[in-house]
Design a protein around this ligand. Structure first.
Ligand SMILES: *Cc1c(COP(=O)(O)O)cnc(C)c1O
Length: 296
């Protein structure tokens, strides 16, 4: 299926010499948004090939991955079960509400049992040969393969590419994509920057290293989590509101807001080169902002 993810230039507060672009993966689909479309592509193909028509997956109460899986399931003919970390949400928040609208069955798991996702899968897939396990955030080799394909859509070369990191699957896929592209075209490789949005950066580095041996191909930035996953502060919120108002491109406080904040910070500190041509990836996830309206 053809996807629509245009590249736009951003000039708001960008210094002369630097070129800043954003790839609008958020426009791929309103709910199978951004990187989630790319991540699910080969996962769903695999499930289909194995004739397993019941997707069971995992996420927090505001998980963009749960919503993407619910919608993709409805669109491509899979039953879906979402195992949600934490207590039952009543009334349902906007993300979970949309999941149920796409037919996802929600099951809540306390934080303790959520630690062991394979046991939960065993428990809820008993007697169902059609059940198919998808890890939290869609983290898998198939997700990495899907994200690497973003490079096939690029018509120009960029010095730097920047993406938010949750599980770092998207980041790792982009590094692979850059390496494949260089292999085929001989162009100078794009340096891939991952902006880690939580405090668990240690395990991410190990994850990326398990796929990528050339550590000069990327930078993982661990200082932009702003207090931790889904944590915000007035400076971040002010930055996001200013960006939204001046570009018409909506950022969320959990992923893309922190990513873009990091981009401007790195530009101002001249960490990206004064002639940098930067491509940021808008990974979507705009329902995230709807769960945080009280912060604005
Ligand atoms: C899920 C998500 C990410 C994180 O992607 P990973 O591949 O897990 O690193 C980034 N941005 C948005 C908007 C997301 O929904």
């Amino acid at each position: 299926m053809q996807i629509h993810s245009p590249i736009e230039r951003i000039t708001h507060k960008v210094p002369d010499g630097v070129e800043l672009y954003i790839k609008r993966d958020d426009m791929i689909h309103p709910f199978i948004s951004g990187n989630k479309w790319r991540k699910l592509k080969y996962i769903l193909q695999k499930a289909e090939l194995q004739n397993r028509r019941h997707l069971i997956t995992f996420g927090g109460a505001y998980s963009n991955h749960l919503l993407a899986t619910a919608c993709a399931g409805a669109k491509f003919g899979f039953r879906t079960t979402g195992i949600v970390r934490g207590e039952e949400q009543l009334p349902l928040n906007p993300t979970l509400f949309l999941c149920t609208q796409f037919g996802m069955q929600l099951i809540y798991a306390d934080r303790q049992s959520y630690q062991d996702k394979y046991s939960l899968f065993e428990l809820y897939s008993k007697d169902d040969p059609q059940a198919f396990f998808i890890d939290e955030g869609g983290c898998s080799p198939e997700a990495i393969q899907g994200c690497a394909e973003l490079f096939d859509e690029l018509k120009e070369n960029y010095t730097d590419m920047v993406v938010a990191c949750g599980t770092a699957s998207t980041f790792t896929g982009l590094i692979q994509g850059a390496q494949n592209q260089q292999h085929h075209t001989g162009h100078k490789t794009t340096l891939i920057h991952g902006i880690v949005v939580h405090k668990g950066a240690g395990s991410l580095a190990a994850f990326t290293n398990s796929y990528i041996t050339d550590t000069s191909a990327y930078r993982m930035h661990t200082g932009y989590h702003q207090g931790g996953y889904a944590k915000t502060n007035p400076e971040l919120i002010a930055f996001i509101s200013d960006f939204n108002r001046n570009t018409g491109i909506l950022l969320d406080p959990v992923y893309t807001g922190k990513m873009m904040y990091a981009v401007y910070d790195m530009i101002s500190k001249k960490e990206l080169g004064e002639k940098a041509k930067i491509l940021c990836i808008h990974t979507g996830g705009l329902t995230g902002i709807l769960g945080m309206t009280d912060k604005f």
